[in-house]
Design a protein around this ligand. Structure first.
Ligand code: ATP
Ligand code: MG
Length: 457
């Protein structure tokens, strides 16, 4: 690799002559100061980096691509002691960002990742928080002591096969807050600063708010209020020692707004994670091809990027995976534009692609409940088939589903579809943000769909 100069907003910072030096630099970029010009140079210089394909739900380490600026700003915020509300559309890489930040902060911060995906109550959340401390002995022993009333002694406790069930047995509607407070006390007392990453908070809040019949009642609203206010109170109590990051695959703000509880989020600073830029997505495709011995020429990459429209990391990875499999099946070393087109039509928009779409549909239904979900499906199909959803066509569809009581529900549904990255509003009309998502939706739902304008007639 030839020597190359690094620039930061016009000033030569130095020269690097090896990829190793660049990797060192990458580390510094991620942990100290960074600006886009700097990272741009880094990415240009790394002319043949390799990337391993994603294998699980989220990625870290040698499967994690770019996000250097975002990580750096995120870590900077944590260092300052801010509590963050990480917002982003679906499949952008929120969980991966948290996991990668935790990896890079090891030794400096005690980072606990708390997954609330399966939690059904505030008590479940306290158990998940407690269990997250398992790998940190000094904290773990003291966490267990909070549950002494259900554990005979700590030694026996660690041997219990399903410890979380036992801990759950020690929590009731009356004591979860005080027990949870004690866990926070234990964590605040650790020698290192603590960062708590609460993932899928909105899934729990949504379950609490709507129950299994998707009806918001006063009591349910109070339960959400109690849980979010408890988190907020602990943020304030342990300011400087503990920082919280909350996020999830569905939006928390539209939900708390609907419940009239927006004030519970006002200790959190919003931190938005956007899709990749075209350059970053192109770099990722190139790095994946290098990592898997596949020749992916520039025109094939551009074709892939054109089909995606918006560069959601998961969709970039998926597309590569589909192209890679087809090339291997056909015994090809090099990918052509024609192959990319065929894979997009037959594979991405076909049955394999629909698995991903079904996952997105399930999440939507989880947030909206069956009645509003039907409306959301129609709004999205209208936008996919006709190209845009206007205020008038939205009204026609909403009245068809909900009768006279349509206005507030239509606003709520559109806010969720916009927040979660399905639709975007341009000059008062909505359209799909992602070309892939639009094509997916159209392929799946256009059959027998009657556009709103024709229904009116
Ligand atoms: N930085 C990254 N580098 C490479 N791939 C990534 C990156 N971030 C995300 N991805 C891809 O996107 C997929 C989803 O990532 P992740 O689960 O972190 O997203 P998410 O925003 O948490 O999704 P959800 O909305 O379902 O919660 C990963 O499996 C991976 O394929
Ligand atoms: Mg996630």
């Amino acid at each position: 690799m030839r020597a190359a100069a690094l620039y930061k907003t016009g000033t030569v910072l130095g020269f690097v002559t090896s990829r190793r030096e660049l990797h060192g630099l990458r580390f510094n970029i991620a942990n100290n100061f960074v600006d886009n010009a700097f990272v741009g140079s880094y990415n240009c210089l790394m002319n043949s980096p390799m990337l391993k394909r994603a294998t699980g739900n989220w990625v870290v380490g040698d499967q994690f691509w770019d996000r250097e600026v975002e990580l750096s700003l995120f870590i900077e915020r944590l260092m300052e002691g801010a509590h963050l509300l990480l917002t982003a559309p679906r499949r952008i890489g929120k969980t991966s960002l948290l996991k990668e930040a935790a990896r890079r902060l090891e030794g400096r911060f005690l980072c606990l990742y708390v997954d609330l995906q399966k939690a059904e109550s505030a008590s479940d959340a306290v158990v998940e928080l407690s269990m997250a401390a398992q790998d940190y002995k000094p904290a773990w022993d003291r966490v267990l002591s909070v549950f002494q009333h259900v554990l005979k002694d700590t030694v026996e406790a660690v041997k219990i096969k399903d410890l979380s069930i036992t801990l759950r047995g020690g929590l009731t509607a009356d004591n979860w807050q005080s027990k949870g407070d004690q866990i926070f006390e234990v964590l605040a007392d650790q020698s290192q600063p603590v960062a708590l990453f609460f993932d899928e908070v909105a899934i729990l809040a949504n379950r609490l708010l709507r129950g299994s019949d998707y009806t918001i009642t006063n009591q349910r609203r109070q339960e959400v209020d109690a849980f979010l206010s408890w988190l907020r109170a602990n943020c304030i109590r342990h300011q400087g020692k503990i920082r919280l990051v909350v996020t999830g695959s569905i939006g928390l703000e539209p939900l708390v707004r609907q419940a009239g509880l927006s004030a519970t989020l006002n200790t959190f600073t919003p931190y938005h994670l956007a899709p990749w830029t075209r350059e970053v997505a192109g770099g990722c495709l190139q790095a994946l091809s290098h990592g898997h011995d596949l020749v992916l020429p520039r025109d094939a990459i551009e074709e892939m990027l054109d089909h995606l429209g918006v560069f959601i990391p998961h969709h970039v990875q998926m597309f590569f995976d589909h192209v890679y499999q087809q090339a291997r099946m056909d015994g090809l070393q090099e990918v052509s534009v024609a192959l990319v087109r065929a894979v997009y039509q037959q594979s991405m928009l076909g049955i394999r692609g629909h698995v991903e779409l079904s996952h997105m549909e399930e999440r939507l239904k989880m947030v909206l409940g069956p009645k509003l979900d039907y409306l959301a499906l129609d709004l999205l199909t209208e936008a996919a088939v006709v190209g845009t959803l206007t205020a008038e066509t939205g009204r026609v569809l909403a009245v068809g589903h909900l009768g006279d009581d349509w206005a507030a529900s239509l606003r709520d549904v559109l806010a969720i579809l916009e927040h979660d990255g399905y639709l975007r509003n341009r000059n008062g009309a909505y359209s799909f943000a992602s070309t892939l998502l639009k094509d997916w939706w159209k392929a799946r739902f256009q059959f027998a769909y009657i556009p709103a304008a024709e229904r009116r007639q």
